[in-house]
Design a protein around this ligand. Structure first.
Ligand code: GLY
Length: 379
């Protein structure tokens, strides 16, 4: 029997599969279209500091631990796959557009300083010296030299190649359920009626992780994000620019030779896949306010996908209430950032039976979940 069956071939599922195979385990991944879910939409920010929210110190710690792993992870992945993954280490600038936006940035800066984070307050002139394409109306900013980015789609392509080289099998099919025998997970049942056996099963289905009949209720919900890709942006930005534009958040992430990701809406609308006129309008409007030359770029792609949201915005990692079923899901806004630490922790659990300390506070039992799936609160 295969040691591990992984449900979901996105960034997290493929990375878990790759690292587990390198630990000597036999691994099969099941996905009908690997890398076309949230992984295809992700902007690729590696940004624990600029993503940190109030009362999210534990998540910040996990994100920082994963960011530290990114350079070695990227180098090993590039060597194993023969592909580049576009790791950019130019840092992140956060700017405010009007007085209220700058007041919010000041509050954020105070919070970041309380946590001892490396963040520098910039005047408008200093912000524009760093990113000359910024609008002259930008009122000031914060520079986070440690927040980086990567080309998420390139990472996924590299993971597929590296995993295949390491012996991972990828079965193209839709997961219908976890196969349960003798009270424990024993593989995956597919929609076509076949079963992929596995001594252990990893659930890495992102926003879809909550819907399998045999899986105990999980507090994972879809959080819709609409995101745009623009072409012709070569040399426009040095690094990631995040902005508050009259209270709305937008980010611009350069990648490849001339590409720019502009994102993203945050919508609690279930699995609504529509790209809306309003969503595209708001993102483009705000991006152009901050970087006027965006107006001249080609709108190359629009996309809507779902982040796997959890009540505390942090992932679910490790054992579940179903013996044999391991969770690697709920990464919400931080799937790309958290890929290395997730893969390392889950591969360690699968290989040795012990979840490493770095992931210990992210097990699903931090939530009390009722039989119908309602979350009764953090334990
Ligand atoms: N990590 C950015 C987003 O989820 O939109």
């Amino acid at each position: 029997m295969t040691d591990v069956a992984v449900a979901g071939g996105g960034l997290v599922g493929m990375a878990v599969a790759w690292r587990s195979a390198l630990r000597g385990l036999s691994v099969t991944v099941v996905d009908d279209a690997p890398g076309t879910g949230a992984s295809a939409a992700a902007a690729g920010m590696l940004a624990p500091v600029t993503e940190a929210g109030y009362r999210e110190e534990a998540l910040l710690g996990l994100g920082t631990a994963s960011l530290q792993r990114w350079p070695a992870f990227a180098a090993e992945l590039e060597a194993a796959s023969g592909r580049t993954v576009g790791l950019r280490t130019a840092g992140t600038l956060v700017v405010g557009f009007d007085e209220d936006d700058v007041r919010e940035l000041d509050a954020l800066h105070a919070f970041q300083r309380e946590l001892g984070l490396a963040v520098e307050r910039l005047t408008p002139r200093e912000a524009r010296r760093r990113e000359p394409a910024l609008a002259t109306r930008v009122r000031g900013g914060l520079l986070v030299l440690g927040d980086h980015s990567v080309d998420g789609r390139a990472v996924h392509a590299a993971l597929l190649a590296a995993a295949e080289t390491a012996g991972v099998a990828v079965v193209r099919g839709r997961v219908a359920d976890v196969a349960v025998a003798g009270g424990r997970a024993r593989g995956l049942r597919l929609e076509d009626g076949t079963t992929v056996p596995g001594d252990r099963v990893v659930l890495a289905l992102g926003a879809h992780s909550g819907g399998l009949p045999s899986v105990p209720p999980l507090p994972v919900r879809p959080v819709k994000g609409q995101i745009l890709r623009l072409a012709g942006a070569g040399g426009l930005l040095e690094g990631t620019v995040r902005a508050l534009v009259r209270g709305r958040h937008v980010y611009l992430v350069p990648y490849g030779a001339d590409r720019l990701v502009v994102g993203a809406t945050v919508e609690d609308r279930g699995f609504d896949a529509r790209v809306t006129a309003g969503g595209v309008h708001d993102l483009l409007h705000d991006a152009i306010e901050v970087v006027p030359e965006v107006e001249e770029l080609e709108l190359a792609e629009t996309l809507a996908r779902w982040r796997p949201g959890t009540p505390d915005n942090a992932p679910l990692l490790g054992p579940s209430r179903l013996p044999g079923l391991v969770l690697a899901t709920g990464h919400h806004r931080n799937g790309v950032l958290l890929t290395p630490v997730t893969a390392e922790a889950i591969a360690e659990l699968l290989a040795t039976g012990a979840l490493p300390e770095v992931a210990a506070s992210f097990t699903a039992d931090r939530f009390a979940v009722g039989s119908s799936g309602e979350v009764r609160g953090c334990r």
